[in-house]
Every structure is written in C-alpha cells, then in structure tokens.
Write a protein that binds this ligand. Sequence first.
Ligand SMILES: [Zn+2]
Length: 319
Amino acid sequence: MLIGIDLGGTNVRAAVVTRKGEVVEKAQRPTDAEGGPTKVVDNIVAVVKEAMERAGVGNGAIIAGAVGAPGPMNWQTGVVYSPPNLPGWKDVPLAEMVTSRLGFTVYVDNDANAACYGEFWSGAARDVDSCVMLTLGTGVGGGIVVEGRLLRGIDGTAAEIGHMCVARGGRLCNCGAHGCLEQYASVSGLVRTAADGIKDGRQTVLTERAGGDLENLTGKMISDAAQEGDAFAQWVIEETGRWLGVGIGSLINLLNPEMVILYGGMTAAGDMLFTPVRDMALAQAFEVPGKRAQIVTASLGDDAGVIGAAGCALQRAER
Ligand SMILES: [Zn+2]
C-alpha cells in the first residue's frame, strides 16, 4: 500500500492507495494553515492515521507516502520554501517532519504535478504515455508527463504552465511578468475579462448582478448568466477558451502529447468552453500533433491529488 497526501490551503486529504492506483480508504480534515507548520504537520499525521485505521493497515503494509504540497519547494530534499497559501512557512523540512512522525518514508512533490501524475496513473490519461494537465482555479497550475515520466526540471520548477506568456505586454501577473496564461485562463482571468468588457460598455445582466461594484463579480455569476443565455457572459467564456487554446496550441507543438487534461469548476461549462479551446489549439498547433492531442476533462475529481501523490511515492521508492 501507498499513502497519498494532498495538502491544500483549506483542507488536507490522505488516502491509502494500492500499487495499481486504487483508493482503499481516505480521510480529510481542515489544514488550519493559520496554525503554522507545526499545526499543519499535526493535521497531516492525524489524517493519515485516520485513513490507515479505516483501511485496517499498519506501517508494515506501507511502501512509502508522498505529500503533494504547494510550491515553491525542493522536491529532492522535501523542503517547502514559502507557499503563498501557507502563511508562516519558510524553508520547512516537510518530508523529514512527516517521515519522523509517521515512521515510514514520506516524499514531497508539487501538488499540481502530483494531480497530473494521478490522472496519468489511473485517471483520464491511464492509457496514454504523455499528457499535460492544466488546473483552472484562482490561478492556472500545470503538470506534464512525457513518455511516462513526470517532468520536474533541474530545480523542480517545471510545468508552470500558468506562467507561459501568451501576450507580450499583456496583463500584469502576480509573478511580476506580463501576459501570463493564468491572467486570462484562470477563474480570476475570466472575471477580469468580464469586468473589462463591462467597463467598455458591453450590455449584460452581470452589470446589475454585480450591484454596481465589479469587485463583486464571480466566476459562478458569469457561468450562471451564460447558461441563462446572456450573450456577453457566453462570449466571456468563449474568449477564455480561446486564450486557453492559444496556450494549449503551444504546449502541443512543444511536447506532442497524446492528451491535454483540463481540471476545475470551469470545465462544467462544457462545449461552451471546450469548442473554442479545441478550435484555437488546432489553429495554433501543427496539424499532426494538433489532431493527435485529445483535449478532455479530468476524471478523478478531488482524488487526483492523493492518488497522484501515492503514484509519485511508488515511483520514487522503487528508484
Ligand atoms: Zn505569471
């Protein structure tokens, strides 16, 4: 058995996972990020023990575990530097702390990379050798598996797909650069595109729903308005799809993947999002890799993180 842990800013999840990538049992509890690293590690240990108890397995049955944690980090030493959504963290030796408390080896990997590895190992991409995953949330996270191997890069910072430049001199990103994909293709980017259009005088029910303050706009408001037939809201979702397609077209030319996986609440928009994504990706990519790459939704949902972390643990334990 393997232990997969998904450390988020709000919740920490753990699962007991088989060598084939099947979840045996899982548990979840609040991260208590405000409590700092010590409290978070207490919660990690507790949630792992809870999952193991439910599954009826002891330490003797565990090959290894891994935590999918927000970066930046050093995945080889297991030190997490200072993730924006884990306040008070600075150079925390997470792998060492969790390993000594649990009594079996626990590795640390980037959370988005781990989720991608989960979809590759036992989700949407289980029958292919190469895939790219984009997680569409407040930002855009990414993971890349090439010929069966997670691409981490020399410093472990590879696959920052959200910070690929898609517009020179474009919107300023939190990372300090301009025109990053996540400024257009994340939920925040979607909201920004809507707000910009409303400021330009576009007619939409969103103006009224925001109550006169565009700061109130949310992704949910936009998707609801689009479902109800608001033409501007539909355009905003399509435009977001076209930005995503531009980024994905470049990824397809770079990597020639068999599959591109999109994950996040935004994918519930279905064809309204996927049609412009596919059209734009095909227009941008070379013909052969463009036609090859299937662009699909993720299939593991919230379990991708824990399953992927378990898969990373297996891969690293066997090396
Ligand atoms: Zn950026």
